[in-house]
Design a protein around this ligand. Structure first.
Ligand code: BG6
Length: 511
């Protein structure tokens, strides 16, 4: 394998965020992307860098080095990425789908790209990086999870994680972070051997979503909500991340992973944290992460009887026939991997005593919807019982694809007599703020450059979440899986699980 000599990049060292007028600017650093030719780099990281450049958030001295196994050149890599960005303008289903790519911000990023052909496990790769890097650097692991430990170990051995003389060295680790509690603990231990916790940025891209970050503001910046945000007023909470897409080309990753590991202890738990944490003492990264860790620590381990899993069979999606999970590429014909998971969680805090949190996620469902629905209790004195009563208030915090909030209230129906009818009140972010096409990684990359860990997972949060779902992972290991036709709301057993408690899931297709 040829090793292309990397240019020496000497950067001035600034530890803090600079500003240009009102626009905060990240300090100079080199972003080293392991997995430069991969999907994540094309679909998410480059659009995020482009958006950051367009908004003026990047330092002029930022540099980007891509590392991957395949032979390529600086120019070749730049061309590949330019093509991928241009393609995204034509693909309405792409995470990043701008009307056009502006030349100036893309040229800013493009000119700073360097490519290095290198094996992730070869010492030569790290020697080359050592020669190329003198200032601050972020090592972004956009690689398969099996490389997380080995890459960080080699970075450490090569002295690339040593900070000092005003320079920072940080590592960004993608998900999946482990596959159960034991493997997550082992991975944390191996990373923490090479770097301090403050140097490790464990990504959960749900936290980069504006609508998720805004949940903290919604809850704690509005006097109206906090007094009713507890077991005295909330009957139950539903957290949904439903997708209409199947596993597509990701069968090889998904087969050993499944919906539970892919979505629950990470993305859904982050939503749960935002909606259920106690108010942190401040907006400091550690205060916010302490509040989340405390919440996760208070969730009781899942009882396998309080969970359902399912796998999609052939069905229809948007009127077109789609195949069964077992017929997808790289999926076994007898696969028992779940593509749907639903579970009930309870939280041992006085705020949430006795309030069930129902979580569900799945692929090939009837609607695409990520949202949290807070179901409030009926009024203490039901004055309207004699005239048929009203519907309980439900506040839906909409994260994707709509961004906003919708709350049902009961009002008097016009006309003689007193009869109640439901109305919906709420807002869409787009009606109040200009929403730019973003992929969620903009905030996360910028925060990593400025050293703000608030939106990243700490070791204790990750391990706490795995501890909650570990009983389920064990129980499901050799268990059969329920079925559901593609394009429906999931397996019947999930409906039965809520029906046993006199409740029902919000239908997915009436969005
Ligand atoms: C990823 C999962 O982390 O999140 C995917 O691996 C899933 O399976 C995706 O489709 C969902 O994210 P979003 O932002 O599209 O809701």
């Amino acid at each position: 394998m040829s090793v292309i000599a990397l240019p020496v990049i000497a950067l001035p060292d600034h530890g803090t965020t600079d500003t240009d007028g009102d626009v905060p600017r990240a300090p100079p650093c080199t972003l080293v992307i392991f997995g430069a030719s991969g999907d994540l780099t094309k679909r998410l990281l480059m659009p995020a860098l482009y958006n950051l450049a367009e908004a003026g958030h990047l330092s002029d001295d930022v540099r980007i080095i891509g590392v991957d196994h395949n032979e390529n050149t600086d120019e070749g890599w730049r061309r590949d990425l330019s093509d991928a960005l241009q393609e995204s303008t034509k693909d309405p289903d792409a995470e990043f789908h701008p009307a056009r790519i502006d030349q100036a911000p893309w040229a800013f990023v493009r000119d700073r790209l360097r490519y290095h052909t290198g094996d992730f496990e070869a010492a030569a790769t790290y020697r080359a990086l050592r020669e190329a890097l003198t200032g601050s650097a972020i090592f972004y692991l956009a690689v398969s999870a099996r490389f997380f430990g080995p890459v960080v170990e080699r970075l450490g051995e090569a002295g690339l994680l040593e900070e000092g003389e005003g320079r920072f060295r940080r590592v960004v680790v993608e998900k999946p972070f482990g596959e159960d509690l034991a493997s997550a603990q082992a991975l944390n231990a191996s990373l923490l051997k090479q770097a301090d916790e403050a140097q490790i940025f464990r990504i959960d891209h749900f936290l980069g979503k504006e609508t998720v970050q805004s949940l903290l503001a919604l809850r704690f910046a509005n006097r109206l909500l906090e007094p009713v945000w507890n077991a005295g007023h909330v009957e139950f909470v539903e957290i949904t991340a439903a997708e209409t897409i199947g596993v597509g080309t990701r069968g090889a990753f998904y087969e050993p992973t499944g919906a539970l590991r892919d979505m629950v202890p990470n993305h859904l738990f982050q939503l749960l944290c935002m909606v259920a944490i106690e108010p942190p003492a401040s907006l400091d990264a550690e205060a916010v992460r302490d509040a989340k860790a405390a919440l996760i620590g208070a969730i009781r381990p899942v009882e396998p009887g309080d969970a359902v899993r399912g796998q999609y069979r052939a069905g229809t999606e948007d009127g077109a026939g789609v195949s069964s999970y077992r017929d997808e590429a790289d999926v076994g014909p007898q696969s028992r991997t779940e593509t749907y998971a639903a579970l009930k969680l309870t939280i041992g805090t006085s705020r949430w005593d006795g309030v069930p949190f129902y979580l569900r996620t799945g692929k090939r469902l009837s609607g695409r919807r990520t949202e949290i629905a807070i179901h409030f209790r009926a009024p203490a004195h039901d004055l309207f019982a004699a005239v048929g009563g009203g519907e309980a208030n439900v506040m839906r915090l909409r994260i994707d694809p709509e961004h906003g909030l919708a709350t049902t209230l009961s009002v008097k129906r016009p006309g003689p007599g007193m009869r109640l009818g439901p109305v919906v009140t709420g807002f869409s972010y787009g009606d109040f703020f200009t929403e730019a096409a973003a992929v969620g990684y903009e905030t996360l990359l910028f925060d990593c450059m400025t050293g703000d860990s608030t939106l990243f997972q700490r070791a204790d949060m990750i391990e706490g979440a795995w501890a909650v779902v570990d009983p389920l992972i064990r129980a499901w290991k050799d268990a059969p899986v329920d079925e559901y036709p593609a394009g429906t709301d999931g397996p019947a057993a999930a409906d039965a699980m809520l029906a046993r408690e006199g409740r029902a899931w919000t239908p997915l297709s009436d969005a």
